[in-house]
Ligand binder design. Sequence first.
Ligand code: ATP
Ligand code: MG
Length: 434
Amino acid sequence: MIDRIHTSAVDPEMDEVAVAGHVHEIRDLGGLVFVIVRDREGLVQVVFKQEREPELFEAVESAGSEDVVRVVGEPVASDQAPGGVEIAPTDYEVLDTADSPLPLEISKDVTVDLSTRLDNRALDLRKPETLAVFSLRSTLMTAMESWFDEEGFVDIKTPLISKGGAEGGAELFPILYYDRDAFLSQSPQLYKQILMAAGYEAVYETGTAFRAEDFATSRHVSEIAMFDVELAYIDDHHDVMDVQEESLRHALRVAADTASRELELLDVDLTVPEADFPRITFDEALSILETEFGHFPEDPTDLDTEGEKLLGEHFAEQGHPAFFVVGYPDEKFYYMQDVDGDEIASRKFDLIYEGQELSSGGQREHDVDRMVAAMEAEGVEQANFEFYIEALSYGTPPHGGYGLGIDRLVQQAAGLDNIKEAIMFPRDPTRLEP
Ligand code: ATP
Ligand code: MG
């Protein structure tokens, strides 16, 4: 490996350091050139003086923005420099030069619209603020996964290519699989449930799902990163919500504790939902919307975007950035519905985080006869689900789970206007590159 330390580790107490990175900024002040070197951890200023190091000075005069360089030198405390330290160079080496002009400014604080940023994503990803999104994302997901590892969940991988989908039809991307028609997966749910039937007890998957939805919103994309969880031997859907609540709190807490530099760059104050997440029924949600906001969702069996936002405001005021809405009516055949003694129509819940749906889940129907009856009532073609029905018919423990949109989590935690900013190379109905 090339000998170097990160810019963030440069300390005036050290005698000599080597750093390497991109040339973020150059300022030529006559006999003095300031070069700001950027690596993954931040920026450090290097001061070249013509009088002090004439040879290096001559070399650095031809440096260009985004060249990749390595600098060796002595760190000295400086009030003017970013981070309070600058480097007096003793060696300077160009590892690669960058073409110019750059199609997108990296260091200047100019406002560029999202579409231009995404067209030039390779350069946009270099911006410290963009990089901060993805380090925060990495921190959140590593923390999330480690919570599940600690709790004894099995890390699984389900197929992305299948014969059919969990919900069928319109939202599936068709593909040619050798000489047969197939589809990209829209959810790992059926496979997670088969693993519950198979006795795996508790599983999680960091995966990918595809939705051929024709949307134009700031919270949808065509290729989504999904965090899926399923667990067996539950009493009811509350056990599933407990897992979701504790794991999310843990991930946000770790991010708040360890990603302060990223949060500062993104200018967000991450609230960790320490209190129990409120759990309200679907009917209670409707009634809050009606009485407090005079809002009636267009489809009375679902919450709309505006409804989720308004409920988000209602609970945010009470100090709850996250809450569950439980018992959606008219649910899909795989959710447990119309349970004797339940006051809710189904055991399906959504988690709303920062005014936006973050996940959907619930207790599943493990009784195949009841499930087949629900399929018939919903007009679902049983033939498409034979492998699933059969797998569940050989003894399946009570179970439930959820699927969480990772991109939405990052969008909300990083305070981003558009979900696409939370994805390195997002896909939407019009964007297929880069
Ligand atoms: P929405 O109603 O917000 O479109 P959904 O109910 O169709 O979402 P689910 O099938 O419940 O989505 O998927 C589980 C989670 O995956 C959602 O809560 C969301 O976080 C995420 N998700 C679903 N579809 C998309 C999408 N097109 N783009 C980004 N994230 C998505
Ligand atoms: Mg949903």
